[in-house]
Design a protein around this ligand. Structure first.
Ligand SMILES: Cc1ncc(COP(=O)(O)O)c(C=O)c1O
Length: 410
């Protein structure tokens, strides 16, 4: 019997032989000291990431509670927006509830609607595509390049049509995209550039800070990000008009003249003062938190670079990769597969993550893109994983992780 109250559960699509690209289910983590002598001394799980909250976070959140300013009004919002925009080299910041809502808000502010197209990489986190889809526009996918794991800039122009309204480069795992040719294409075809900078706090492209290059950039402050507010996000921009409109649409598009008077179909994507209080304390340690990720990556790379079958993360002349997650590829030469390695590391109490499953292989989007080809995105999906990357990791832990990784092949 049909009912209006039926909740629809989508079926998994038949991916055919593409199914072999999809990672195994998550391996179960085991407390290491029960089994593996090498980490016996620590006797704990090493998580893939965790926040570092050792500064003024508690003090500022306490001030919110003591002063009763716990919603989205309060001094920390404006201070956090100002200070974060400043470290990004941008004039304005609009704080939101997440990186996803920052992207959604930016796209709506740019006027995206049904019939429009936005060019994005297939190899990205699902939010890059879903936010486009939520506006009614269509994500148009481009393959990645193996050198940087970012959208292949040479393949963008062939995807531009008269419906294209924006390009969304994603600075994958903290490595900036090649922005000069992207900006030139946008100029030539009169397109917006919205940087998905969710993972790239503090990264530089030829001396320019990520967050200040496109028309707007969106950051995530989820707990695994280099700067966190627990959940949260921000649009940064140098465009005053875009800033004003985004700030208004974030807040139900309340009118300045009459309170309950609304001209746009808007949202409540407001960040709370308490989240911003944490964010401000994090930004006070911005340089240190970014540098720690870079130092950890250097140590990891020095310990892993000579192991056959391990590809260490990209480094590009003139570009500051901030290594949000320390990411590697496992090639056949390594001797065991990426999924087998993850399972063995999990037995030693070491948590890892696979790379993104590309958009064109997602149950949600498979039908739409099944006749297109994205071989590099698939290669990254099959081989990529990240190792524990929290700023709180010690050098000894990184050495232990690398030793365990070597032992996993035996
Ligand atoms: C590339 C990318 N875009 C968007 C997002 C969404 O950010 P959030 O989780 O804060 O909504 C993420 C989250 O990790 C991401 O990696």
């Amino acid at each position: 019997m049909s009912s209006k109250k039926r909740l629809i559960q989508p079926e998994d699509p038949d991916l055919g032989d593409k199914m072999k690209l999809i990672p195994d289910p998550e391996p179960e983590l085991e407390i290491s000291f029960k089994r593996v002598p090498v980490i016996e001394s620590s006797g704990k799980i090493i998580p893939v990431c965790e926040p570092t909250l050792g500064g003024n976070e508690l003090k500022y959140v306490t001030q919110c509670i003591q002063s009763n300013w716990i919603s989205s009004a309060g001094r920390f919002i404006l201070e956090f927006e100002r200070e974060f925009a400043k470290v990004c080299g941008a004039k304005y910041g609009v704080a939101t509830t997440s990186g996803t809502t920052a992207l959604h808000l930016a796209l709506v502010t740019m006027g995206l609607e049904s019939g429009d197209e936005v060019i994005i990489p297939s190899f990205t986190m699902i939010a890059s595509a879903n936010t486009v889809q939520h506006t009614g526009a269509t994500p148009v996918l481009v393959d990645s390049e193996m050198e940087t794991w970012n959208m292949d800039v040479s393949k963008i122009e062939e995807k531009i049509t008269e419906n294209t309204k924006a390009i969304m480069p994603v600075h994958t795992y903290g490595h900036p995209c090649d922005m000069d040719p992207i900006m030139a294409l946008a100029e030539k075809h009169d397109l917006f550039v919205l940087e998905d900078a969710a993972e790239a706090h503090g990264a530089l492209y030829k001396e320019k800070t990520i967050g200040s290059i496109g028309d707007a950039a969106c950051f995530s402050f989820y707990a695994n990000k280099i700067i966190t507010t627990g959940e949260g996000g921000m649009i940064t921009t140098n465009n005053e008009e875009l800033y004003q409109k985004a700030a208004n649409i974030r807040d139900h598009a309340f009118s300045n003249d009459r309170h309950f008077w609304h001209k746009y179909l808007a949202f409540n994507f407001r960040m709370t003062n308490m989240q911003a209080a944490i964010g401000l304390a994090q930004v006070e340690r911005f340089d240190e938190l970014v540098q720690t990720r870079i130092d950890h990556a250097e140590l990891y790379t020095s310990l892993l670079k000579d192991i056959p079958g391990i590809v260490t993360p990209p480094r590009t002349e003139g570009i500051k990769n901030v290594f949000w997650m320390y990411s590697i590829l496992i090639e056949d030469e390594f001797g065991i597969s990426r999924d087998e390695l993850r399972a063995r590391l999990a037995k030693r109490g070491i948590e890892t993550r696979t790379f993104f499953i590309p958009i064109h292989l997602q149950p949600l989007y498979f039908e739409k893109y099944k006749n297109e080809s994205f071989p590099n995105a698939e290669e990254l999906c099959l081989r990529g994983m990240y190792l524990p990357s929290a700023s709180s990791l010690t050098e000894m832990e990184i050495e232990m992780i690398c030793n365990s990784l070597k032992k996993c092949r035996d």
